[in-house]
Design a protein around this ligand. Structure first.
Ligand code: GLU
Length: 433
């Protein structure tokens, strides 16, 4: 392919976004370019991966507690519905954009197919700083947003869930608002709900558990012993903190942690429970007494066996990929590694377990929740964890074998497995009308 044409295919030709090579959608498009040569006849449909099926922008006006009216921008993108209803979280963050939500929706399509869930891929978001709003204001934003996107979501259409800065309470408000609008209590419209409203046991910890289970498997394959393994984690929210706890219970040492407030180091391993209690009280890891402070960039140079980005996209860029002093990256976040960084890590022989398998534990248990809601029959936590472990390790095994057979990275291997399923469905359904 000539260079100019390659650049266009890499950055797409949609009028409503202008991605860069390092931005989330640019990163996703580069990942698609890398899988296309392995798709054979199905490559004919590859362009469908580069275009979201449907992208909705909504205005979300609310009355603030002081009586003023504030407007927020909300999004819901359904990237693909070829294999089933849309599925993916809703993110509240001041830097959320349409382009970011498009990439996150596309990664959901790939993730759901990589672990073979009967879903397409979707994602939503509202551009706001949740810390600047009261709980009443957050409820109003959530309810208005749900009403605005109400005509494209539903238990058979598209099922939202928690993501960055959203939780079970927000899902309860979404479920209630949707149910009131359609006149029927519809628990299956969202997952990640409180257990008292048809939520699933094990859902809150599921993403962190999936990171641990796939990480342990990858460490075993790469001959990195768990006892004493040094781990650096960026992000100590629901995913990072739960993964940290499971790794430290298995004998690994969490030697470094970074979040929006600061970075910590303790060569003997941080006390994860005490750190979680500190974060609950102070809102950040900063100021935790049993550790030394690290500089923001210094965090990426820490000597460790495993690095876990568990925050936002694009964190491991070209510069940081050269600094990493580790053998394995576990992508607990979505899209944390840029394509240029992927190449540097590969050249440095640092393995990357990609997001679409590493953090799939959350959506797998969301799937269980959706199934339980439909059948009104609820499973025990042990049963949920057993089924989660079985699905995620089975999928990892399939991806690992594909990567080895095709001599490609684990990311491209995961994309091969997923994109074959997505495009096979697309091909069999055909074009209509
Ligand atoms: N937000 C999570 C993710 O990025 C979970 C999505 C879901 O459960 O639908 O995978």
């Amino acid at each position: 392919m000539p260079d100019a044409q390659q650049a266009i295919s890499r950055l797409g030709n949609l009028s409503y976004v202008s991605p860069s090579v390092e931005s989330p959608w640019g990163t996703y498009l580069a990942q698609v370019d890398r899988v296309v040569p392995y798709l054979g006849e199905l490559a004919r449909w590859a362009e469908t991966l580069r275009r979201p099926k449907r992208a909705l922008i909504v205005d979300v006006p609310i009355a603030l507690d002081n009586g003023e009216i504030a407007h927020f921008e909300g999004y819901r993108v359904q990237h693909s519905l070829s294999r089933g209803p849309g599925k993916g979280g809703v993110r509240y963050h001041p830097s959320v954009t349409m382009e970011e939500v498009m990439a996150l929706a596309a990664w959901m399509t790939v993730k759901n197919a990589a672990v073979n869930l009967p879903f397409g891929g979707a994602k939503g978001g509202i551009r706001l700083d949740p810390k600047a709003l009261s709980s009443r204001e957050l409820e109003r934003v959530t309810r208005r947003y749900t009403s605005e996107i109400g005509f494209i979501i539903g238990p058979q259409q598209d099922i939202p869930a928690p993501d960055v800065n959203t939780n079970a309470q927000i899902m309860a408000w979404m479920m209630d608002t949707y149910s009131k609008n359609v006149g029927v209590t519809t628990t299956g419209v969202v997952t990640g709900k409180p257990v008292s409203l048809g939520g699933s046991l094990g859902r809150v910890k599921a993403t962190g558990r999936g990171v641990f289970v796939t990480g342990r498997d990858a460490m075993h394959r790469l001959k990195i012993p768990m006892p004493g393994a040094r781990i650096a984690i960026q992000g100590f929210g629901n995913v990072g903190a739960n993964a940290a706890e499971l790794f430290s219970m298995a004998g690994a040492k969490i030697v470094a942690v970074q979040d929006h407030g600061g970075s910590l180091f303790n060569a003997r391993g941080l006390n994860v429970r005490a750190l979680a209690a500190h974060v609950l009280q102070h809102g950040s890891v900063a100021g935790f007494p049993e550790a030394d402070e690290l500089g923001q960039e210094e965090f990426w140079t820490v000597e460790a066996e495993v690095v876990i980005p568990a925050a936002l996209e694009g964190q491991i860029n070209e510069v940081r990929a050269k600094l990493l002093n580790a053998q394995l990256v576990l992508e607990a976040a979505n899209g944390p590694t840029t394509p240029a960084a992927d190449d540097i890590l590969a050249a440095r022989n640092i393995a990357v377990l990609p997001d679409v398998i590493c953090n799939a534990g959350g959506v797998i248990v969301s799937y269980f929740e959706w199934v339980q809601d439909f059948s009104s029959f609820f499973w025990s936590e042990d049963e949920i964890n057993l089924r989660l472990d079985k699905i995620i390790t089975g999928a990892l095994d399939h991806i690992w074998a594909t990567s080895t057979r095709q001599r490609v990275s684990l990311r491209t291997g995961a994309f091969v497995v997923a994109c074959e399923r997505i495009l096979e469905a697309r091909n069999q359904r055909g074009l209509y009308p």
